[in-house]
Design a protein around this ligand. Structure first.
Ligand code: ZN
Length: 330
């Protein structure tokens, strides 16, 4: 079962989260693999997309916001676009557009940043967005200020979180064909406490500068020692015990099952049938005159819906599906 765990380091300005996507992640892969037009993702692309999905859950859980968090990579290599979308209720979906082959083991630059023009966008799209209101969007390059290309998605997002929130963050991400997982450790601001403490204000403010909090640095160092293999194969309790056995952790009840991260796409066979009905019987029949089936793939998850001549005929005769104001002829 997919799960999200949050925890605090007792008395320290540091918090953390671990996400493990299992069924939610394999559903993303299954839908793509079943699409006869695209076929399955090349393993390296699947890994990137799984890391995006895991990171999306961590970032969505990190903010108080009602709407969709959309993580997009616009690539200039064989992967043109990769998208992971996570709703406030942790429903998620993901997809990627791939042209040409991608060798196993290829890293971020080889997939999406060959020419150095790849971009990563983080969008917050509120659920109750007013007409004309723009969603918030942050766009970051896939290399640092010195032009050194980031090897991994975690480098890109760590960089983004440092810049946008001005707080230290450490991120470990990994994905394979069964699991997509992530560990995020973040330093929390101590400013409020410093103001109350009065006399110790200057020392506290020193701790509050990027990279200067000793407790955070120690915990971040431990977190960064987690290997991708450990992250993928160990359960959450074991990971936390191995990494932080000397720290005092306060753990929250995990979010799992109906309350946890899970696959969710708005597409359905009924919606595709409605779309074909809008195309009109003549158009649908002319498509079926050229081919056996009509295949419609969901652009957000890759799920393919197939309608043969019998299915198509039903779309146009089913009385329950008639638009309002018309009556079925008996
Ligand atoms: Zn879909």
């Amino acid at each position: 079962m997919s799960e999200l765990h949050k925890f605090l380091f007792d008395g320290l300005p540091v918090r953390g989260m671990i996400v493990r996507l299992t069924d939610a992640w394999t559903e993303v892969l299954r839908r793509r693999a079943g699409n006869t037009e695209t076929g399955a993702y090349p393993p390296a692309v699947g890994e990137l997309l799984g890391e995006m999905a895991a990171a999306g859950v961590l970032m969505q859980s990190n903010i108080k916001f009602n709407g969709a968090l959309v993580l997009q990579i616009f690539g200039d290599g064989p992967v043109k676009l990769a998208v992971a979308e996570v709703q406030s209720d942790l429903g998620l979906r993901a997809t990627a557009t791939v042209s040409g082959g991608v060798e196993p083991g290829v890293r971020l630059p080889g997939m999406v940043n060959l020419g150095g023009t790849g971009r990563c966008a983080i969008t917050l799209d509120p659920q109750d967005r007013q007409p004309g209101q723009q969603p918030y969007q942050g766009v970051v390059p896939l290399q640092d200020a010195n032009g050194r290309k980031f090897d991994r998605l975690s480098d890109v997002l760590q960089h983004y979180m440092l810049q946008s929130e001005q707080l230290d963050a450490t991120l470990v991400l990994a994905a394979n064909g069964e699991v997509a997982a992530g560990l995020l450790i973040q330093r929390m601001p101590v400013k409020g406490e410093a103001n109350l403490a009065g006399a110790t204000e200057s020392a506290e403010q020193g701790d509050d500068r990027l990279g200067h909090n000793e407790d955070y640095n120690r915990i971040a160092h431990l977190a960064a020692s987690l290997t991708r293999d450990e992250l993928l194969t160990l359960d959450v309790d074991t990971i936390l015990r191995r990494l932080f056995w000397e720290e005092r952790l306060l753990r929250f009840a995990p979010r799992q099952g109906v309350d946890g991260p899970r696959f969710a796409c708005t597409c359905s066979r009924g919606r595709v049938a409605g779309m074909l009905r809008n195309l009109g019987v003549q158009e649908v029949e002319s498509i079926l005159a050229e081919r056996e089936d009509i295949e419609v793939g969901c652009e957000y998850c890759g799920q393919q819906y197939r309608f043969d001549a019998v299915d198509a005929a039903q779309i146009f005769t089913s009385p329950a599906e008639l638009p309002p104001g018309t009556r079925a002829v008996q």
